[in-house]
Design a protein. Structure first.
Ligand code: BG6
Length: 464
């Protein structure tokens, strides 16, 4: 039995849900200029609007204008927490404006107040792929050190404004995305650019910015719990060939643990030397990293993969990664391999390495749901996926005393997919009537999993 402080809920990101991309003083964010795509066609960062391209984040699911009723549905499911992010360009439309945009701040005043009134603890990601586009155009995104102070100022403004209302924060969503998809960090590379060097330098700036935010956040309110947030995945060795096992070890260390090592231990690990990156580290940076250690490990987990030292094998998609197919696992229609045991593997690794609380802030199953003739949506595959992952989580919490703050299912209401821009890659307990071209009534419909998750929460994880 888990303790009653455990937080059950759901998680979204502002850019994938809010829409309202150009109202109430909001500036454009980088995600506003990312086209829609699909499983086989990658999204494109166009930076300017192309006449014939569709930009799904402009509308999202119009959460901005529907949060009152959407949060009613979350309350109906019994959510004890709700994770979202603050769109940076609502608060600082250009990123370097002299004053914050009051209308943007008011929106989050209202949203967080609404959550509190409905019994949900707001869990806030300060930056979830949402940097102001102007920072990309003017400064080159996170490759530029100037971003550190601009981000720290943004963080300070929101820490002050939401003091006493928001207690759980995360500095950057999936900070490893900067290396995997550098454009998310505003890094648009030219032909002659050394992408690896630029990306690690940008990441260094984010590490320092994160540390600064942690220091500021603790200073403003010592009650604040400020976590890191990493995308996690396991890469099992393809065979027992020792080189496959080493490849698997390096996959975990370099793809997941490195990012937590820096933020949870406050220093670059010795093995960073093997990356062969010559970082520009200014005086004071390392001191900041030491002082700005994050309080908990927030992480997303969806799927696992297989790796081999020579890369041979059938390739399969994962969350921002590609790996090899695992003959023992099924996969989602988007190729993400379903592996609840991978969650156990990662929880052990993370807890034993840092001995700090974990927070599973994303886990879920993207599927193209069908609305039946009678209007019902029977998403048994989602119930099956979530139930197995929650069981896995509870098993190690109970038998190995791994401390977990909470579990927020990804996309409790259907939102725009970050990876493909599709609406049809749905994660929700609540269906949103909107298609990949942005057509639909936006009507919300409870899926079968809605009632299921409600019972999971009511029984504190007993009824799965
Ligand atoms: C994570 C992101 O990578 O996975 C989310 O933090 C994203 O923003 C989620 O939506 C699921 O990925 P996708 O591509 O299926 O939306």
């Amino acid at each position: 039995m888990i303790n009653d402080k455990f937080l059950w809920g759901g998680a979204i990101a502002a850019n994938q849900a809010e829409g309202a991309y150009n109202v109430d003083g909001k500036g454009l964010s980088i995600m506003d200029t990312v086209t829609s795509g699909n499983k086989d066609t990658p999204r494109r960062f166009t930076l300017e609007f192309e006449k014939n391209s569709y930009y799904p984040n402009h509308l999202g699911i119009d959460f901005y204008n529907n949060y009152e009723t959407d949060t009613d549905l979350f309350r109906e499911m019994g959510f004890q927490c709700f994770r979202t992010s603050i769109a940076w360009s609502r608060i600082f439309p250009n990123g370097d404006d002299e004053e914050p945009n009051e209308q943007g701040l008011v929106y989050y005043d209202n949203l967080f107040k609404t959550l509190k009134e409905k019994g949900m603890e707001p869990i806030v990601t300060i930056s979830h792929f949402e940097m102001p586009l102007a920072l990309v155009k003017k400064y080159g995104g996170w490759r530029n050190r100037k971003l550190i102070d601009l981000y720290a100022r943004f963080a300070e403004v929101v820490f002050r404004r939401y003091k006493g209302i928001v207690k759980y924060w995360m500095t950057f969503n999936e900070i490893n995305s900067t290396i995997m998809v550098p454009a998310i960090a505003g890094i648009i590379v030219g032909n002659d650019d050394d992408v690896k060097k630029i990306s690690y330098q940008a990441l260094h700036h984010q590490f320092v910015a994160s540390a600064k935010a942690v220091i500021i956040g603790h200073d403003i309110d010592p009650e604040n719990k400020i976590g890191c947030m990493v995308m996690t995945t396991v890469g099992y060795p393809k065979t027992s060939h020792p080189l496959d096992v080493l490849a698997s070890q390096e996959y975990l260390r370099d793809g997941t643990l490195f990012y937590c090592d820096v933020q949870m231990r406050g220093e670059y690990p010795n093995y960073f030397k093997s990356y062969g990156v010559d970082l520009e580290v200014l005086e004071g940076d390392l001191e900041l990293l030491k002082r700005g250690v994050t309080d908990y490990v927030g992480f997303s987990y969806y799927a696992s993969q297989v790796v081999s030292y020579n890369g041979e094998g059938d390739q399969i998609q994962g969350n921002m990664t590609t790996g090899l197919k695992n003959p023992y696992l099924d996969a989602s229609p988007w190729g993400w391999q379903i592996d609840p045991d991978g969650l156990i593997y990662l929880m052990r690794e993370l807890y034993e390495r840092y001995n700090k609380p974990l927070f599973i802030v994303e886990n879920g199953f993207g599927h193209n749901d069908v609305v039946e003739k009678d209007g019902s949506i029977v998403d048994d595959y989602r119930i099956d996926y979530l139930s197995k992952h929650i069981k896995a989580m509870l098993s190690v919490m109970n038998t190995e005393n791994i401390e977990v703050i909470g579990y927020t299912a990804w996309g409790p209401i259907d939102i725009v997919s970050a990876g493909t821009g599709e609406m049809d890659k749905r994660y929700g307990f609540i269906y949103v009537d909107l298609n990949n071209e942005g057509k639909g009534t936006l009507k919300r419909i409870r899926k079968k999993s809605f009632q299921w998750y409600k019972e999971v929460i009511a029984s504190n994880g007993e009824c799965l």
